[in-house]
Design a protein around this ligand. Structure first.
Ligand SMILES: NC(=O)c1ccc[n+]([C@@H]2O[C@H](COP(=O)([O-])OP(=O)(O)OC[C@H]3O[C@@H](n4cnc5c(N)ncnc54)[C@H](OP(=O)(O)O)[C@@H]3O)[C@@H](O)[C@H]2O)c1
Length: 253
C-alpha cells in the first residue's frame, strides 16, 4: 500500500517513514524539501497519485496565532481536495491532547480548527492526539525563560518520546479509519517544572527553574487536568529517564 507522509522529513514524520516499510508498505515523505508544499499545493496531486493512506504530521513553521491558523486551514483545504481527487481512503493526522482545554493558546486554536476540518471532510479519518514530546521539553523551557530564570507551573503532564508517538501514528495508518480520536501518552505523570529542571540539568544548562502555579504555558493558565489525556490513552513505553540517558540532545545549528 502507498502511504504518503506529509511532514515526512520532520521529527515524527521521519520516524513514521522509517517504520512503515518494515511492514512491506511504500512510504513517501512529502514536504517542501521533497517538492511537496501543502500551502501552494505544489507537488501535492502528483505525490497523492495511487496513495491509499495520507498521514499528516506536518507543522506550521511559525507558532504565532495568525500564522499557525493560516497554515493549518490552508493546508487542510488543499490536502482534503487533493485526497478527494486521488481517491485516498484514510487520512491520519497528529494533534495535541487537551487542545480543546488550551484555547487561550492561538496554536491550540489552530490545531482544533485542523481537527474540525478533518472531521467535516468526506475522507475517512483517524485523529491521533499525543501529549507533549520529550523533545519539546526544551521548547517549553525556552518559551518560559526570562533572563536566567524559567518560570513554570507545577501542573501534571504525561510527556512521551517521539519514537512512541511515531509508532502510534504508524499503527493508526495501518489500521482501519476509526472516524474518531485516539489518545496516546507517556508512561509516567510528571510535574512540568520538575521535568524541565531535569532536562536542563542533564544538558548542563545554567538556567534555574522557578515554580509558580500562576505561570502561563503558552498563554494558558494550567490546572491539574489541562494537559492530561482522558482515561483511555494508550501509553508509550519510553520513560523520561531512559530518554535522557539514551537520546543525545540535538546539535546546535
Ligand atoms: N511538540 C509536541 O510536543 C507535540 C505534541 C502533540 C502533537 N504535536 C503535533 O505533531 C506534529 C508534528 O510535529 P513535529 O515536531 O514532528 O514537526 P517538525 O519536526 O517541525 O516537522 C514539521 C514537518 O512539516 C513539514 N512542513 C512544513 N511546512 C510544510 C508545507 N507547507 N508543506 C508540507 N510540509 C510542510 C516540514 O518540512 P520541512 O522540514 O521541509 O520544512 C517538516 O517535515 C505537529 O502537527 C504538532 O502539532 C506536537
Amino acid at each position: 500500500m502507498k502511504i504518503v507522509v506529509i511532514g515526512g522529513t520532520g521529527l515524527i514524520g521521519s520516524k513514521v517513514v522509517n517504520i512503515l516499510p518494515q511492514n512491506g508498505h511504500q512510504a513517501i515523505a512529502a514536504a517542501p524539501g521533497t517538492g511537496v508544499d501543502t500551502i501552494s499545493g505544489k507537488g501535492l496531486p502528483e505525490a497523492l497519485e495511487g496513495a491509499e493512506v495520507v498521514v499528516d504530521v506536518s507543522n506550521s513553521p511559525s507558532f504565532e496565532t495568525d500564522a499557525a491558523m493560516a497554515f493549518f486551514k490552508t493546508a487542510g483545504e488543499n490536502i482534503s481536495a487533493a485526497e478527494a481527487k486521488a481517491g485516498v481512503k484514510h487520512h491520519v493526522a497528529l494533534s495535541v491532547v487537551g487542545a480543546q482545554k488550551l484555547q487561550d493558546s492561538g496554536y491550540s486554536r489552530a490545531k482544533l480548527a485542523q481537527e474540525s476540518m478533518i472531521k467535516a471532510s468526506p475522507i475517512p479519518y483517524t485523529l491521533v492526539r499525543a501529549t507533549q514530546f520529550f523533545e519539546f521539553i526544551r521548547g517549553i523551557a525556552q518559551s518560559s525563560t526570562e533572563g536566567d530564570t524559567v518560570r513554570l507551573s507545577d501542573a501534571p503532564f504525561q510527556p512521551m518520546a517521539a519514537e512512541d508517538v511515531a509508532a502510534a501514528v504508524a499503527r493508526a495508518a495501518l489500521g482501519a479509519p476509526v472516524n474518531g480520536t485516539l489518545e496516546v501518552a507517556g508512561p509516567e505523570i510528571l510535574r512540568i517544572d520538575e521535568a524541565v529542571a531535569k532536562v536542563l540539568d542533564a544538558d548542563r544548562d545554567p538556567r534555574k527553574v522557578v515554580t509558580d502555579p500562576e505561570a502561563r504555558y503558552f498563554g494558558v493558565r494550567l490546572d491539574n487536568l489541562s494537559l492530561l489525556p482522558d482515561g483511555n490513552a494508550r501509553q508509550g513505553a519510553i520513560t523520561l529517564g531512559w530518554w535522557m540517558a539514551n537520546v543525545p540532545p540535538p546539535r546546535q545549528k
